[in-house]
Write a protein that binds this ligand. Structure first.
Ligand SMILES: C[S@@+](CC[C@H](N)C(=O)[O-])C[C@H]1O[C@@H](n2cnc3c(N)ncnc32)[C@H](O)[C@@H]1O
Length: 369
């Protein structure tokens, strides 16, 4: 790929877009983020096709173009350069603007397809496509950014991770000795644990486990459970606090778990940090990893307005707490193929020494057998 700085070496304005896309692809492959991988591969292949087009030989579907007249949507020469002799053909020079136009066209195509999926009621597929689009837009936006291994990662994930890393130890101390403080919360978790025990040998995945207090609570109820969390700081604390249990770093938006491998999935106050447009993607992941017949339990603050906090436990953070209406969450769960079995709304209370100001929602859904 030849853009303004073909070697991609850091210059005044950082690596070129092609280099950023390739680095983002490497990071997405490592993170097993299949939607980002698909979007980035597709954009890189469109760029390769455009470069392979022979500008001197216009023909059907292959208009004569000069270095800078490539326009979005003009990818009709997809496939050019794959025939005999293509390797020897002179490659066309693309400017940085050409490459950006191709990436924008790819993003626009994916957005259009996401809209079609959404209208057809396939929210999970739409969210997957949009997640891929974000990887493309992040590479575009990151012009000049160094160390772009993180360019596929949306800002909300970076903020959430670093915020929880900052407060991990204090958060764990706050809950020390109290796994689940409130009787009604325990009742909901106990019902979930009973269903999970009935699902057989497969373990429960506690996703967004934080310091592992609820993972430990479930273990105490005879459930085999392990935890996954975005924050390495939280995982470190969880491992130290519960040495007999398994905890791994990971994101609910791209779980590193096989299909049908979890006897149950718990997301206890963790989807609260996922933006609305990404929630269907998380739910699709929960469904994918759940065994048929397995249960999903979500806990979250009920309400409408998100809360953005910039300080917690004496640390500077940037965390958005998204309150949601249980009816809306139930609707999304239904669209994700996880029909709801029960929805509990608990009024705020100060039981167990933890005072709340918002009602708390617990929604139990099940993947059909
Ligand atoms: C409010 S804490 C709840 C922790 C734990 N479930 C508990 O009740 O103690 C939210 C947790 O969700 C994690 N989290 C947020 N977004 C996540 C994501 N996309 N994937 C995995 N974990 C996430 C955070 O790192 C944090 O540890």
């Amino acid at each position: 790929m030849h853009a303004n700085r073909p070697d991609g070496h850091p210059g005044d304005s950082g690596p070129d877009l092609g280099t950023r896309l390739r680095r983002a692809l490497t990071a997405a492959l490592k993170a097993k983020d299949k939607d980002a991988v698909s979007a980035l591969r597709s954009a890189l292949s469109a760029i390769g096709n455009a470069e392979a087009a022979d500008p001197g030989e216009p023909g059907p579907g292959r208009p004569a173009v000069t270095g800078s007249d490539y326009v979005a949507g003009a990818v009709p020469f997809a496939g050019a350069g794959t025939g005999p002799g293509a390797a020897e053909a002179e490659r066309r020079h693309l400017t940085e603007a050409d490459v950006a136009a191709i990436v924008r066209a790819e993003a626009a195509e994916r957005e259009a397809a996401a809209g079609q999926y959404e209208r057809a009621g396939h929210a999970g597929q739409a969210a997957g496509l949009r997640h891929g689009t974000q990887a493309l837009l992040a590479a575009l936006d990151a012009g000049g950014a160094e160390g772009s291994a993180e360019v596929t990662e949306p800002e909300f994930l970076r903020d959430t991770r670093s915020s929880y890393d900052a407060i991990a130890v204090s958060y764990a101390e706050r809950f020390a000795g109290v796994e689940v403080a409130k009787p009604l919360d325990r009742a909901v978790l106990d019902a979930f644990a009973e269903y999970a025990r009935g699902a057989g040998e497969l373990p429960v995945a506690d996703i967004g486990c934080g310091p592992g207090r609820v993972t430990a609570y479930l273990t105490g109820r005879g459930v085999t459970a392990f935890g996954i969390d975005l924050s390495p700081g939280m995982i470190e604390v969880a491992r130290a606090s519960h040495p007999g249990l398994r905890f791994e770093v990971g994101s609910m938006l791209a779980l590193d778990l096989p299909d049908d491998s979890a006897g149950g999935v718990l997301a206890w106050y963790s989807t609260i940090h996922v933006p609305d447009e990404q929630l269907p993607r998380a739910l699709a992941e929960f469904r994918r990893v759940l065994v048929p017949g397995g249960h999903l339990l979500l806990a979250f603050q009920a309400g409408d307005e998100p809360l953005h906090r910039t300080e917690a436990m004496g640390q500077a953070i940037s965390l958005v707490f998204r309150r949601r209406r249980p009816e809306r969450v139930a609707e999304l769960l239904g669209q994700a193929g996880l029909p709801v079995r029960a929805s509990v709304l608990r009024a705020p209370d100060d039981d167990g020494g933890f005072a709340e100001v918002t009602p708390q929602a617990f929604v139990l859904a099940r993947k059909p057998s």
